[in-house]
Design a protein around this ligand. Structure first.
Ligand SMILES: Cc1cc2nc3c(=O)[nH]c(=O)nc-3n(C[C@H](O)[C@H](O)[C@H](O)COP(=O)(O)OP(=O)(O)OC[C@H]3O[C@@H](n4cnc5c(N)ncnc54)[C@H](O)[C@@H]3O)c2cc1C
Length: 580
């Protein structure tokens, strides 16, 4: 194994992190994580270390964790076995995008950006104390060297360090542009490691809140719970204001819902966001009990009418690991679902059945989260805090940070506060009602073992009832469980499972269900956005039909921004969702 101490010395470790809140480093050639393990190991051993260590690693693809473990154990110095094991245990699936791993109770984060490294470096949302350039940079194409230097300088904090390891005199890049050459000339080589302190431009928003960290979250549905939970994990005290608590809560009697990823042939923004959201949900919520969060997998069946897409062709074009998505024929799909299905489709092993009430209650059961029954009308800025007011103008709460996650009402609250520009995206938000129907499992041979979806969905049974849905009600003022909605849902179930519920009269039985609203934004991309330049007020809304897929990511994007952590998402996606 290469000797990493000279790199640590060039970075100025351990002195540079002494007694600091956080130290952040980007490794543009993460490889198998040797530098990360060395830095983490040094951090563990140093009593003067920073409170947090944020490490960002770039690499083109992720290898197999078993082989990685064997190689790391062979090449790492004794004493690092526990770190190696933890890294391998958390090693993500080989999927393009940003993965966030966490260790030491969230004090050490590893953000792994998988993709073409110079492109990923440009898409990182991070302010770093140091960037380590690839040792082999001199062999890179000229344009890529320029891109690397440019992007590295951009993510560095003022006085941040650029470092390149393992140089011999002949290893000095000889094809640098003017800016990179100037930078290079000012650096120095010691023990084979080049390093240079860059006088980067000051930050516009170094958001790192110290002291007592308190936030108010308006709305205690999926989004509010996701945000409150992510903040509480980072030591924040959170108060949730929600008009309908207990028996009247929004998701009361909402028996089950689906958390599923989606694919598109061109791996577009929504597909990438759904991948990031699903992976984050597993990471963040995977420890919840099966009552709340049950990874049961999903089958997205091929359509026979409407917009028919060759799903097999889509999956094979994307070259995805089977643990993420695999095309299966009808026979294999039937074996997975435990029911006879007439057609195949995409199997997503990581899809989850969620029971909303238990899910929200488990997320909000932390000691630092409290709920108060209150309907918020508007917000007012007073000095360093936001006052949260009811319709009578009474101050319900005040806090330095407020997150409005009140679905469609987010629009009214921000508008009544004079905080929504005429051209704001949230002004175009609309409500779409809908209902799900609870079908006795015996009516569909015990129900599927996994989520079966296509035009609608059927979920594995909860207490003998399978959730089927869901209907879409345009232009409604109120939503109820109706026999017309149940019939629609039976038709969908028949279409998916080949059952004959409508014909057998099931649609005419008095079936129970749940009705609710979706808040929908144009393009069906949610808004997860700071409302003010200081990032003290946030909106999380427009989650449409995928609130579960977006909510853990929403929580971590808000909480990571407020904590000054690297963000667990690429900037081109953040740009799309961060406009209110
Ligand atoms: C029939 C149906 C089936 C669905 N199935 C699924 C599914 O299977 N999977 C999935 O991911 N999504 C599903 N959805 C969508 C999902 O319900 C939404 O995406 C999700 O609820 C959005 O989360 P949210 O927190 O933004 O809104 P909500 O969960 O609706 O929470 C918003 C909260 O804000 C509160 N609030 C409103 N006004 C105020 C105010 N003035 N002050 C304070 N609080 C306020 C509300 O009481 C509410 O509790 C379904 C929706 C419907 C209608």
């Amino acid at each position: 194994m290469m000797s990493w101490p000279p790199v640590l010395a060039a970075l100025g470790l351990p002195h540079v992190w002494a007694s600091r809140r956080a130290y952040t480093i980007v490794d543009t050639a993460f490889g198998e994580g040797h530098l990360f393990l060395s830095v983490w190991n040094a951090w563990r051993r140093d009593p003067q270390r920073s409170r947090c260590l944020h490490f960002v690693g770039l690499l083109p693809a992720l290898g197999d964790p078993h082989a990685l473990r064997a190689r790391l154990l062979q090449t790492c110095p004794a004493g690092m076995e526990s770190c190696v094991q933890q890294l391998v245990d958390a090693w993500p699936l080989n999927l393009l995008g940003v993965h966030r791993l966490e260790f030491e109770g969230l004090c050490v984060t590893l953000t792994v950006a998988v993709g073409q490294p110079s492109a990923m470096l440009q898409r990182l949302s991070v302010r770093a104390d140091a960037v380590v350039l690839p040792a082999s940079l001199s062999s890179y194409p000229h344009e890529e060297i320029e891109v690397m230097f440019g992007a590295a300088t951009k993510v560095l904090l003022p006085q941040g360090k650029l470092v390149m390891p393992w140089l011999s005199a002949s290893g000095v890049p000889d094809r640098l542009d003017n800016r990179a050459s100037a930078c290079w000339a000012q650096g120095a080589v010691h023990d084979g490691v080049w390093s240079h302190v860059v006088q980067a431009a000051p930050l516009t928003s170094p958001v790192q809140r110290e002291g007592h960290r308190h936030a108010v979250v308006v709305g205690g549905g999926f989004a509010g719970a996701g945000v409150a939970y992510a903040l509480s994990l980072r030591g924040w005290t959170v108060k949730i204001l929600e008009p309908s608590v207990g028996q009247q809560s929004t998701h009361q009697r909402h028996l089950a819902a689906a958390l599923t990823p989606m694919l598109t042939r061109d791996d577009d923004i929504r597909a990438r966001l759904s991948r990031a959201g699903t992976l984050r949900a597993h990471h963040r919520w995977g420890h919840l009990t099966a009552e709340a969060f049950e990874p049961c997998g999903a089958l997205q069946l091929s359509r026979t009418s409407g917009r028919v897409v060759d799903l097999e062709d889509v999956v094979s074009g994307l070259k995805l690991p089977e643990a993420w998505a695999k095309f299966v024929e009808a026979k294999e799909a039937s074996a997975i679902a435990g029911l006879t299905l007439q057609r195949g489709g995409i199997h997503f092993p990581m899809a989850v059945r969620v029971q909303p009430e238990a899910f929200i209650n488990q997320l909000l059961s932390g000691v630092d989260i409290s709920r108060r029954a209150a309907r918020v009308d508007r917000l007012l800025r007073r000095g360093n805090v936001w006052q949260v007011l009811d319709a009578a103008g009474q101050v319900l709460e005040e806090a330095p940070i407020v997150i409005v996650a009140a679905a469609y009402a987010t629009q009214d609250i921000l508008s009544a506060s004079g905080l929504l520009a005429t051209e704001a995206r949230l002004r175009a938000m609309h409500q779409l009602g809908g209902e799900i129907t609870y079908l006795p499992e015996r009516a569909i041979s015990g129900g599927p073992r996994c989520i079966v979806s296509g035009d609608g969905y059927v979920l594995p049974a909860v207490s003998g009832q399978c959730v089927t849905g869901s209907s879409y009600l345009h232009g409604a003022d109120q939503v109820f469980v109706t026999s017309a909605g149940a019939r629609e849902n039976m038709q969908r179930t028949d279409g998916l499972l080949g059952s004959r519920l409508v014909e057998l009269g099931f649609a005419d039985c008095a079936l129970s269900g749940w009705a609710g609203w979706r808040a929908v934004l144009p393009g069906r991309l949610p808004a997860i956005a700071a409302v003010d330049a200081e990032q003290t007020l946030w909106a999380v809304a427009g989650l449409a039909s995928r609130g579960l897929t977006w909510s853990s990511l929403a929580g971590d994007l808000v909480a990571a921004t407020l904590n000054g952590e690297p963000l667990p998402l690429e900037t081109d996606i953040i740009d799309k969702i961060s406009q209110i």
